[in-house]
Design a protein around this ligand. Structure first.
Ligand SMILES: C[S@@+](CC[C@H](N)C(=O)[O-])C[C@H]1O[C@@H](n2cnc3c(N)ncnc32)[C@H](O)[C@@H]1O
Length: 218
């Protein structure tokens, strides 16, 4: 693990100790709800009755596990920070939880669905990471993945400026090396201080407020 990833691992661990809702320092609750909404739309749209298993890479506190349960998926959650997984064990006792980096973790089978939400921006070597994801995906499987938008308001706030951020085109170029892009959506959010403007601006497609892109890949 390089310096960049170690820096973030420490930060994720500190925030997990501080609060089970640690991720709110990066993306607000509003963003998460919006991500969950888009995620559910995509999973329904591309659902295949043969899908049985899901791997959530960088699962953190398991913010999407209840959605996976609704689809009756057998859940494996992976996070390189063991502290993140503690509360998840209690909340989702049936989920398999693994502490480790996906690049270094061995699995004896592949997965039908892989979700990677809010992770690529803190990965040392995204290309190695994506190749590993591809290897772990079953032939007809689906990847649901977000990229943080560089042309957004939030990199100007707090820690986000220390992330690897992408424009839509950069994300597409990177993904196309490994996957077919079936669809993507822009996901919008406002940091809590700007929530007051949410209703006013929400319908307008303002690049600055486009927090991330969610991709459906195969
Ligand atoms: C911003 S949080 C997102 C958590 C969750 N996916 C969500 O959206 O609510 C990123 C998580 O990814 C984990 N992570 C980052 N890089 C990882 C890697 N290479 N392998 C496993 N976990 C990783 C971090 O520990 C952290 O919990």
């Amino acid at each position: 693990m390089g310096n960049f990833e170690s820096y973030w691992k420490k930060k994720f661990e500190e925030s997990a100790k501080f609060s089970q809702n640690f991720q709110m320092s990066i993306s607000s609750k509003v963003a998460m709800n919006e991500l969950r909404r888009v995620f559910t739309i995509f999973l329904e749209k591309y659902w295949n009755d043969k899908y049985k298993t899901i791997l959530d890479i960088g699962c953190g506190p398991g913010n999407y596990f209840d959605i996976y349960q609704k689809f009756n998926l057998d859940i494996t959650g992976l996070d390189f920070s063991p502290q993140q997984l503690e509360p998840v064990k209690q909340k989702f006792p049936d989920a398999k939880l693994i502490a480790g980096r996906v690049e270094e973790t061995d699995f004896n089978h592949k997965f039908d669905v892989i979700s990677i939400i809010g992770v690529i921006q803190t990965v040392d070597e995204p290309e190695i990471f994506l190749r590993r994801v591809k290897d772990l995906l079953n032939d007809n499987g689906l990847v649901l993945m977000t990229y943080s938008n560089r042309v957004a308001l939030y990199p100007k706030i707090g820690n986000a400026r220390y992330l690897y951020l992408y424009s839509l085109e950069e994300a597409k170029i990177q993904l196309k090396k490994y996957f077919d892009i079936l669809e993507y959506k822009r996901v919008y959010y406002f940091p809590s201080v700007l929530n007051v403007f949410r209703k006013l601006f929400y319908p307008i497609q303002i690049p600055l407020l486009n927090h991330s892109f969610m991709f459906v890949l195969k």
